[in-house]
Design a protein around this ligand. Structure first.
Ligand code: FDA
Length: 392
């Protein structure tokens, strides 16, 4: 039987949140053991942002997150801001740029962010056990972890093993299972930031596969002005991924295909260019294939001059509020994040510590706090990791 080694905290999951928490707590003088079942830490960081890691968003605030408790994220986000993470990135001389909407990306590669986090862990003297599946239990006031041939114990256990998105990258329900075992509630996990699929009845849009347009997509309380992309199975692109986090089965996603056109624009086009067809008028503001398909759907043929104003008004209304009723999503296999997770009701928003089991912490995507697309999820990983690291 191997000797049990003592640490101040055991962190399960070497993703964004786990590595950052380990580094900060280690640098704060804590003896930290960081365990991951994958031999390679930070796999999601590596593929994030198309390989350039959208590591934060300069506008991040609690308003950009979904959670059963919309106030929960405020404290952690307020105490570790995008500017704090940018300062760290700058200290490591990682060049970055703002792409759009406050989203910051590495100029080079996501590998730089993983290397930075591993350097920070080394500076904090963090001990790592990668490629090791662990089991944990709680006895004599300590958390015990068994992994491979080794045993470790600590008064603190940090659940940083993420959500269910992309099982082939190593996602498991570990955090939820452990939290449940300790009496915590789990808000039903669902795929989010995920392409939506359309039923056969709306299959004509299949012919548009690959076409994208700037739209406003809205469903539930979510409303996003970005690009939407038609795929051979349904809808994707940033506007739809964002809307997917708010979408519920059976509900429509409303798309405004012409957010920049003022009310009455088709009637005005009729006055200015009475001889053009509706399809041609649409082609002035939409990609050709989309204009053609929408024109066919509106079923108003001939020159604008011969289409009654009332019919043009109806067409405008429809183009501004086109309802798609998805029959599902591409699921966890394609979802960038998991919405739901360990309920915030039994966690301290100051420290991420369990209110039920002293010494138990949950951070990052495992918690029921889910960000929009655009660097918000990493900012939550950094901020929640920072909050826990101050406390352990
Ligand atoms: P994360 O999932 O990163 O890490 C969990 C770790 O726990 C993994 O290393 C895993 O191997 C380990 N683990 C799981 N089960 C275990 C077990 N049973 N035992 C031991 N270890 C276990 N966000 C953003 O802000 N900007 C972006 O550009 C992107 N881009 C992006 C692209 C793609 C394709 C995806 C899938 C996701 C993104 N995201 C993103 C979301 C972002 O990657 C995500 O929110 C964070 O990585 C969450 O960090 P965590 O550390 O909480 O979990």
């Amino acid at each position: 039987m191997p000797a049990t080694r003592h640490f101040d905290a055991i962190i399960i999951g070497a993703g964004a949140a786990g590595m950052f928490c380990a580094a900060l707590a280690g640098q704060g003088g804590r003896r930290i053991l960081l365990i991951d079942h994958s031999p390679e830490p930070g796999r999601k960081i590596l593929i994030s942002g198309g390989g350039r890691c959208n590591f934060t968003n300069i506008g991040a605030s609690a308003a950009n997150f979904l959670s059963a408790n919309p106030h929960f994220a405020k404290s952690a986000l307020g105490r570790f801001t995008p500017a704090d993470f940018i300062a760290l990135v700058d200290r490591h001389r990682i060049a970055w740029h703002e792409k759009t909407l406050g989203q910051l990306f590495c100029d080079g590669s996501s590998k730089q962010i993983v290397a930075m986090l591993l350097d920070e862990c080394a500076e904090g003297g963090v001990e790592t056990a990668f490629g090791q599946a662990a089991t944990v239990d709680h006895r004599d006031g300590h958390f015990h972890a068994s992994f491979g041939q080794s045993e470790a114990k600590a008064p603190a256990l940090v659940l940083a093993s993420g959500g269910l998105s992309i099982p082939k990258l190593g996602a498991t329900s570990f955090a939820y299972d452990v939290a449940r075992r300790f009496g915590h509630k789990i808000v039903e996990p669902r795929p989010a930031l995920v392409p939506l699929t359309l039923p056969e009845g709306q299959a004509l849009f299949k012919s548009l596969s690959g076409v994208s347009a700037n739209v406003i997509a809205s469903t539930g309380k979510g409303k996003f002005r970005e690009a939407a992309l038609f795929t051979h199975r349904g809808l994707s692109g940033p506007a739809i991924l964002q809307a997917s986090s708010y979408w519920r089965h059976g509900e429509p996603v409303a798309v405004d295909f012409l957010p920049d056109q003022a009310a009455g624009w088709l009637r005005q086009a009729k006055r200015e260019e009475p001889r053009i067809s509706l399809r041609r008028a649409l082609g002035r503001c939409l990609p050709d294939r989309l204009a053609e398909t929408l024109g066919d759907q509106l079923n108003l043929s001939g020159e604008l001059a011969n289409i009654p104003d009332k019919a043009l008004e109806g067409a405008e209304r429809r183009l501004g509020d086109w309802h798609f009723i998805p029959n599902g999503s591409e699921g966890f296999a394609k979802a960038e994040v998991t919405i739901g997770g360990i309920s915030t009701a039994e966690l301290s928003s100051q420290t991420m510590q369990s209110k039920r089991v002293p010494g138990l912490y949950a951070i990052g995507e495992a918690v029921d706090v889910t960000g929009w697309l655009g660097g918000y999820n990493f900012q939550w990983a950094w901020a929640s990791a920072h909050a826990a690291a101050q406390a352990i």
